[in-house]
Design a protein around this ligand. Structure first.
Ligand SMILES: *Cc1c(COP(=O)(O)O)cnc(C)c1O
Length: 374
C-alpha cells in the first residue's frame, strides 16, 4: 500500500494549523479522573443554564425535527433586525458566531492578504486567518502595568493596517483577557480605517458589559459601511450547546457572507430557541446581576489568595499566579474544578475562570486556597 503524507496534500494554511483548544467537558473529566460532582468554569457558559423561554419554545419544535430548518432563518432574522433597528438583509446567521468569523475569513482573506488583531485576542481570529492562507499582523497588547493590562492597543492595531489588510478583528470585551475598549475610542478607530478594510467588532459578551462604557457597535452600523458586528447566543443567553450566533453588517457584506454560508448551518431548535431567548429580558437581567456579584466575589477572593486580577467586563476573570497555570489547572481538575489554562495564548502563569454561581465561585476559591497552601 502506498504511504500517504496527507499533510503534504493539505492546502498550505491548514498544514501548520493547530486546532482550537476547548474547555474540558465535565463528562470527560469525570471519566478520566474518576471524580464526581465536578464543576466547569472553563468556557464562559451561563451558570444559570439556558434561557427558560428558549427551553419552553423548543419543546414545541420537537415534532418537526424531521423537516429541514428554514435555510434563511426568516423569523430569527426578523426579530434580530427589529432588536437592532436594521433591515433583515443586514443579518448573517451562524452556527455560533465562530461560524460567521470563518465566513468573514473565507470572503475577505486569501494568500497575500492580511488580517490585523491583537496579541491575546480570541483564538478563532488567528485560526480563521491561517486556514485561508492569509497573513496575521499582530499588534502587541497593552503592557502589564497599563490601566487596561493586556488589552487591545488601538494605535498598535491601526499601525498594522496596510494596503493588503482586509479584516481587523476587535473583541469588546476581549476573551481571554476580559479587558475592554472605551466605546467612543473604538468608534473613532472604526471610522479611521480605510475603505478597503472591514472592521469586525466581536461583542460576544456585550450583555454582561456596561454599554455606557463599551458602547454598542450595532448602533454604529448606519455610519460605517465597513463595520461588521458579531454576537452570540452562547454566553449570556445560555445556548452554547445549540450553536447560534450572527453578524450584523451592511447588506452588501451580508450578501457575500451568505454566499459561503452552508444553507442549513443553523438548526431548527437553535433558530427557535434564539428567537425566544431574545425576548427573555428577565433572564438576561438575572444573569447580569449574578455575574456582577460573582465578579466581586471571585475577584476579591482571588486577590486574597495573592493572585493578580485583570480587569474584566465579561463573565470571566483572567488571574495571574506565581506559578504555571497548567500546574494549577491539573490540581484543580483533581479537585473536580475545570477552569481554563491559557498557555496556548502565551499566558503561562494565568488561569481564566468563568464566573459561576456563588457556590461555584466559593468552591474554586476553596480549591485554589488548598492548592496554593500545599
Ligand atoms: C465565546 C466567544 C465567541 C462565540 O462563540 P460561539 O461560536 O458563538 O459559541 C465569539 N467570540 C468570542 C470573543 C468569544 O469568547
Amino acid at each position: 500500500m502506498k504511504t500517504y503524507d496527507y499533510n503534504e496534500l493539505a492546502v498550505p494554511g491548514v498544514r501548520e494549523l493547530k486546532p482550537y483548544t476547548p474547555g474540558k467537558p465535565i463528562a470527560e473529566l469525570e471519566r478520566e479522573y474518576g471524580v464526581r460532582d465536578s464543576i466547569k468554569l472553563a468556557s464562559n457558559e451561563n451558570p444559570l443554564g439556558a434561557s427558560p423561554r428558549a427551553l419552553e419554545a423548543i419543546r414545541g419544535e420537537l415534532d418537526d425535527l424531521w423537516l429541514y430548518p428554514d435555510a434563511n432563518g426568516y423569523f430569527l432574522k426578523q426579530t434580530l433586525a427589529e432588536r437592532h433597528g436594521v433591515d433583515p438583509a443586514c443579518v448573517t446567521l451562524g452556527n455560533g458566531s465562530n461560524d460567521v468569523l470563518v465566513f468573514l475569513a473565507q470572503v475577505f482573506l486569501a494568500p497575500g492578504l492580511e488580517a490585523v488583531f491583537s496579541q491575546y485576542c480570541f483564538a478563532v481570529y488567528p485560526i480563521a486567518t491561517q486556514m485561508v492562507g492569509a497573513t496575521a499582523k499582530v499588534a502587541p497588547a497593552l503592557p502589564r502595568d497599563h490601566v487596561m493590562p493586556l488589552g487591545h492597543d488601538l494605535r498598535g492595531l491601526y499601525e498594522r493596517v496596510g494596503p493588503d489588510t482586509r479584516l481587523v478583528f476587535v473583541a469588546n470585551p476581549n476573551n481571554p483577557t476580559g479587558t475592554w475598549l472605551d466605546g467612543h475610542r473604538l468608534k473613532d478607530f472604526v471610522g479611521s480605517l480605510p475603505p478597503h478594510v472591514i472592521c469586525v467588532v466581536d461583542e460576544a459578551y456585550t450583555e454582561y458589559a456596561e454599554s455606557d462604557r463599551l458602547g454598542d457597535a450595532s448602533t454604529w452600523l448606519h455610519e460605517f459601511p465597513n463595520l461588521v458586528v458579531t454576537r452570540t447566543f452562547s454566553k449570556a443567553y445560555g445556548l452554547a450547546g445549540l450553536r447560534v450566533g450572527y453578524a450584523l453588517s451592511n447588506p452588501g457584506v451580508a450578501d457575500l457572507l451568505n454566499r459561503v454560508r452552508p444553507a442549513f448551518n443553523v438548526n431548527s431548535l437553535a433558530l427557535t430557541a434564539a428567537n425566544a431567548a431574545l425576548g427573555d429580558h428577565d433572564f438576561i437581567e438575572r444573569s447580569r446581576a449574578l455575574n456582577a456579584s460573582g465578579m466581586r466575589q471571585l475577584g476579591t477572593g482571588l486577590e486574597a489568595l495573592g493572585a493578580r486580577v485583570i480587569p474584566s467586563a465579561a463573565n470571566f476573570i483572567l488571574a495571574e499566579f506565581d506559578q504555571a497555570g497548567a500546574d494549577l489547572d491539573e490540581k484543580l481538575l483533581r479537585a473536580g474544578v475545570i477552569v481554563r489554562p491559557v498557555g496556548n495564548y502565551g499566558l503561562d502563569n494565568y488561569l481564566r475562570i468563568t464566573i459561576g454561581t456563588s457556590a461555584q465561585n466559593a468552591r474554586v476559591l476553596a480549591a485554589l486556597k488548598t492548592i496554593l497552601a500545599s
